[in-house]
Design a protein around this ligand. Structure first.
Ligand code: HEM
Length: 483
């Protein structure tokens, strides 16, 4: 019989008891660390894990006022250095990148050996470089060539679905959760980049199964896991999270494996057209030199495809939702954005990617949204060796978190940092998102007039998962544009 703890108090009391017993048995000298970054007071055994709350990136950002831009935290048994300002992040990336190039692997990501083939969780080295080259070859060429019309079609489909909702009776009484429609559009964009197919067709069993298992994956990644805080608890999986991840990730990998198998069978029969999607790039890969595998393993291919799917799905959908929420809170900016689009597009044609370059205010809205609401808030790194960083002695294996959320809201760099002011600029350097975000947002603004379902002030609270999203999905009423 298996026991999974459902009450956090019971669970933490149990962990505390076991930890005390464990520490009593621990022998040996601990290296005394003389110069660590400043640290707030914490709890015995648990360190700062109870100080951080449900939005740890926001709590850390507050700690900067008292403890400065580099702080030391003990999260359970994990030594952690948090980087909270752009200056410190620049110092880390410019002068110590190699010392902090490892990644912390959380326990649930060892499910199905995901971490072993993952690009995002590989340390910097030949394997990561190989995957990065493949990623660039497969993704970046898609920006410029035949994918433009595919993205257009995916967004057109979304506009049609929202249009149908807008015309149904009683829409004013229920509104729509816009993020659902953005997800569908994104799933199809990424489905085409990876496999040349729409995954979110109304009757696609594959699409809805993949969507459900990936949603489970995201949910589990947002759950704090005691196995990560006290590594000796890993074998017990006290919250049952690893078991759930085995189920959800297993399902997602099985679906991707089915798609890969179909493609291989097609190739085997011969005569199929060259698609030049990422799956073809991976299947035709031939490694060269001592640094690269001769052929990618099935596991590498599955994890690579799934990882891109995961990385693309949530980030773009939630960023577009935040942008629309900010505009709905500020009617003047909404009017300015719609007017800019109307001036360039006129009344009768649809928004096109080639319009983006002529819409500086729309681009600024996207950049300002990424500053205030970055979907990836904490970039995780790990010290690969003992390192002296800004005068502090950082021991090997320290977990490092670069807090993008804090950096984006730093009052030393941004005047009035909490206000949404698209007039200012930052460069997120994300090629696909750069195209997709203005295309999604611009199309939504151009095709519909939007009304908030809830009254102002809008609840802009956040929820942390693998990415950060709106706690309460944005509910809006779309109306086909009146003129
Ligand atoms: C709003 C859109 C997006 C934002 C804000 C965003 C942000 C980020 C950030 C901050 C990282 C971590 C970088 C680091 O470790 O230093 C990352 C990694 C990654 N992103 Fe995105 N991303 C977005 C969209 C996408 C899309 C559309 C894709 C794929 C089509 C994608 C694929 C990836 C991959 C594969 C990684 C891991 C790269 C590596 O470890 O080398 N992202 N993203």
């Amino acid at each position: 019989m298996e026991y999974h703890f459902t009450s956090p108090i019971l669970l933490y009391s149990f962990v505390a008891l076991l930890s005390i017993l464990f520490l009593l048995f621990l022998k040996g000298n601990k290296k005394s660390l003389t110069k660590l970054p400043p640290s707030p007071p914490g709890w015995p055994l648990f360190g700062h894990m109870f100080n951080l709350g449900t939005l740890p990136y926001a709590t850390m950002a507050k700690m900067k006022e008292k403890y400065g831009p580099v702080i030391w935290l003990k999260i359970g048994s994990i030594n952690t250095m948090a980087v909270l300002s752009a200056n410190v992040a620049a110092e880390l990336y410019k002068n110590h990148d190699m010392s902090f190039s490892d990644r912390l692997i959380v326990e649930i990501l060892t499910s199905h050996d995901f971490h072993k083939s993952s690009m995002a969780f590989s340390p910097y080295g030949p394997y990561w470089r190989m995957l990065r080259r493949l990623c660039n070859a497969g993704l970046n060429s898609k920006i410029n060539d035949g994918m433009v019309h595919v993205r257009r079609k995916c967004v057109d489909d979304m506009i049609t679905w929202i249009g149908k909702e807008a015309e149904t009776a009683g829409i004013e009484k229920r509104g729509i959760e816009i993020v659902d429609f953005l997800f569908l559009a994104n799933v199809n964009v990424i489905g085409n980049i990876l496999f040349s197919r729409d995954l979110a067709e109304p009757n696609s069993k594959t699409g809805s199964e993949l969507f459900a298992s990936v949603t489970g994956f995201f949910h589990l990644c947002g759950e704090p896991n005691v196995s990560d805080l006290f590594s000796w608890l890993k074998p017990f999986d006290l919250q049952g999270l690893k078991k759930k991840m085995d189920r959800d990730l297993g399902k997602a990998m099985e679906i991707v494996a089915r798609i890969v198998k179909e493609r291989l069978e097609e190739k085997h029969k011969g005569g199929e057209k060259q698609r030049n999607d990422l799956l073809d790039v991976l299947l035709e890969f031939k490694g060269h030199g001592s640094d690269e595998q001769e052929k990618l393993s099935e596991h590498t291919i599955l994890v690579f495809l799934l990882e891109l799917f995961l990385a693309a799905m949530e980030t773009t959908a939630h960023t577009t939702e935040w942008a629309l929420a900010e505009l709905l809170c500020d009617p003047e900016k909404m009017i300015a954005a719609k007017n800019e689009i109307r001036k360039i597009l006129g009344k009768n044609r649809r928004f096109d990617e080639s319009d983006i370059d002529n819409l500086p205010f729309l681009q600024a809205i996207v950049k300002e949204t990424l500053r205030l609401h970055p979907p990836v808030v904490l970039i995780p790194k790990k010290a690969s060796k003992d390192t002296v960083f800004m005068g502090y002695e950082i021991p090997k294996s320290t977990h490092v978190m670069v807090n993008l959320w804090a950096i984006g809201r730093d009052s030393e760099y941004w005047s009035d940092p909490l206000s949404f002011k698209p007039e200012r600029r930052i460069c997120p350097g994300l090629p696909i998102a750069h195209r997709l975000l203005p295309l999604l947002l611009g199309s939504l603004l151009h095709e519909f007039d939007w009304e908030l379902f809830d009254s102002l002030p809008l609840d802009m609270s956040e929820k942390m998962g693998l990415t950060v999203r709106k706690l309460k999905p944005l509910r809006v009423i779309p109306r086909k544009r009146s003129c």
